[in-house]
Design a protein around this ligand. Structure first.
Ligand SMILES: Cc1cc2nc3c(=O)[nH]c(=O)nc-3n(C[C@H](O)[C@H](O)[C@H](O)COP(=O)(O)OP(=O)(O)OC[C@H]3O[C@@H](n4cnc5c(N)ncnc54)[C@H](O)[C@@H]3O)c2cc1C
Length: 255
């Protein structure tokens, strides 16, 4: 059996890796470059219990445990670390500010009011998302998976059209038995090829700053999610391998 995976983000690379562990050959077809989209730019946060009470609870808990063990399995330096996370409000009125000295966050401005600790080093962690995706793909390739650059244009159907026999990539047909759509927000394009439910993206920004002022933050293994009261958006500030800081804004749903 050969599995064709459309999209080289963290989902495509992880599927290729776990298939390779079971001896199933796969080809990942990526349009632009491995981890070129959200998978290379995200905050990289992992949380044990933030999905509790939702249909994703068991998946999130399993994922948290898997990441902790994967560094031994796949190797590479992808910055896995446990760290506490906090929620707070930026730009709060002076009268509303709550002191954060209790949490020992000496690097944090007095203009940020801390609401609560969201997670401890036992329940929250972080990876460098791009390096993690690359490490997963490298580990898959070491076990026989392939990565090809090209844009998937559609499915090639067998016989009556009830099953697939491959994908069309820039005019070439790549044959396979199973096709996985892992194109992130572009997966909605596959709804034109198959009767699939629509998948919509949520726009966010994640500038990674390299500034002297940021070094203070990179030196502490803590992370802060600030929530501005007027807009349901979140800004996560965290250290990246020095001298960078990642500022991750997860959007309000606007395109
Ligand atoms: C600012 C921000 C912060 C985030 N922070 C976190 C976080 O802290 N923790 C967390 O768990 N998640 C976070 N996320 C979400 C996480 O990044 C995404 O859920 C995840 O990266 C999605 O991975 P993916 O592989 O599904 O999609 P993507 O990373 O979008 O990958 C899809 C790939 O498909 C390729 N592609 C598209 N069309 C085609 C085609 N026709 N042919 C071939 N290839 C194609 C694209 O080029 C792309 O590389 C964040 C996201 C953002 C934007």
């Amino acid at each position: 059996m050969r599995v064709l995976i459309c999209g080289g983000g963290v989902i495509g690379a992880s599927i290729a890796y776990f298939l390779s562990c079971r001896g199933v050959p796969s080809i990942v077809v990526e349009r632009t470059g491995l981890a070129c989209a959200a998978s290379g730019k995200s905050g990289g946060f992992l949380a044990l219990d933030w999905c509790d009470g939702t249909p994703l609870e068991s998946l999130a808990r399993r994922s948290f445990a898997l990441h902790a063990g994967l560094s031994e399995d796949i190797g590479g330096d992808w910055g896995y670390r446990r760290l506490p996370t906090y929620a707070g409000f930026a730009g709060a009125q002076e009268s509303d500010r709550r002191p954060h000295r209790a949490y020992d966050l000496v690097w944090l401005s007095d203009r940020v009011s801390l609401g609560q600790r969201l997670g401890s080093a036992q329940t929250t962690a972080q990876v460098h998302p791009g390096r993690f995706t690359e490490a997963m793909m490298r580990a898959a390739q070491a076990r026989g998976a392939e990565l090809r650059l090209g844009c998937v244009r559609g499915l090639v159907r067998a016989g009556s059209g009830a099953s697939v026999k491959g994908i069309e990539v820039d005019g070439e047909i790549i044959e396979g038995d199973v096709v996985v759509i892992a194109m992130g927000p572009w997966s909605i394009l596959a709804a034109g090829w198959l009767p699939l439910p629509a998948v919509f993206g949520l726009k966010g920004h994640n500038p990674v700053k390299s500034m002297a002022i940021s070094r203070l933050v990179t030196e502490v293994s803590q992370s802060l999610f600030t929530i501005r009261s007027r807009c349901p958006s979140a800004l996560a500030a965290t250290g990246r391998p020095a001298p960078c800081i990642s500022l991750s804004h997860q959007g309000c749903g606007a395109p």
